[in-house]
Design a protein around this ligand. Structure first.
Ligand code: FPP
Length: 224
């Protein structure tokens, strides 16, 4: 059975779910946050060490301002209300992406990372203002600046995911088969699962089914 350390998720389908059931895209995001909490709990139960969630991409800035504001309010309330809870559950929070949000949000993100820095039961990486291509460009620039040799190892060390093992599983909900500029380097050998359900409808049973299927896969990493 394959070991499972790291699950990455593209949480797609909030908008569609919200429009269908609540006549509001934003209500889909609110429901999506409830799924985030479920999946965090289930990851701990499954002894997973890293969970990386794509919460906001560099391309998501193109969305209407109202939706962007709603998402960041949701994040702000979530961190204000739940950071002690996350801390007590021994969860470490890490932000992947440039923190160029309103001052109040930046501060909250820094404080949340600092508070949970030493925790080690589950590391939740929140990809926020994240884009894989820009991450790679910055990595190459920093290698050049440091006059390091370009190898797979040095490149990995200059990515935002340094010290984080590559994902074993990538899940994308929402019935769309694309990678949307997410962890393009890191998923070279990741097992990918495309899930038809929209993110707010995704539940523990769906997650466990994917984990069970993953464990049975023969992973060759190019070998036979
Ligand atoms: C994609 O669905 C989802 C997002 C861009 C935001 C993800 C946010 C959450 C799951 C909730 C908030 C999480 C935190 C941590 C605050 P979409 O809006 O692109 O859906 P669509 O494809 O149906 O339009």
């Amino acid at each position: 059975m394959n070991p499972l350390n790291h699950v990455a998720i593209i949480m797609d389908g909030n908008g569609r779910w919200g429009l269908k059931y609540k006549n509001s895209r934003n209500e889909g995001h609110r429901a999506g946050l409830r799924t985030v909490e479920k999946i965090i709990r289930e990851s701990i139960k499954n002894n997973i060490k890293f969970l990386t969630l794509f919460a906001f991409s560099t391309e998501n800035w193109k969305r209407p301002k109202k939706e962007i504001n709603f998402l960041f309010n949701l994040l702000e309330n979530f961190l204000q209300n739940k950071i002690d809870d996350l801390y007590n559950q021994n969860i470490k929070l890490k932000i992947l992406g440039k923190k160029n949000f309103p001052k109040k949000i930046n501060k909250l993100l820094y404080l949340s990372e600092k508070k949970t820095f030493k925790n080690n039961r589950l590391q939740v990486n929140l990809a926020l203002n994240y884009g894989s291509k820009s991450e790679l460009i910055n990595a190459f620039k920093s290698i050049k600046k440091n006059k390091d040799k370009i190898t797979e190892k040095t490149l990995s060390k200059h990515l935002l995911t340094k010290n984080i093992p590559d994902p074993d599983i990538l899940i994308r909900t929402g019935n769309t088969k694309r990678l949307s500029n997410f962890l393009l380097w890191q998923i070279a050998y990741t097992e990918i699962f495309f899930e038809k359900k929209l993110w707010p409808a995704f539940n523990e049973a769906d997650y466990n089914k994917i984990i069970t299927n993953y464990k049975k896969i023969k992973r060759n990493f190019g070998n036979i």
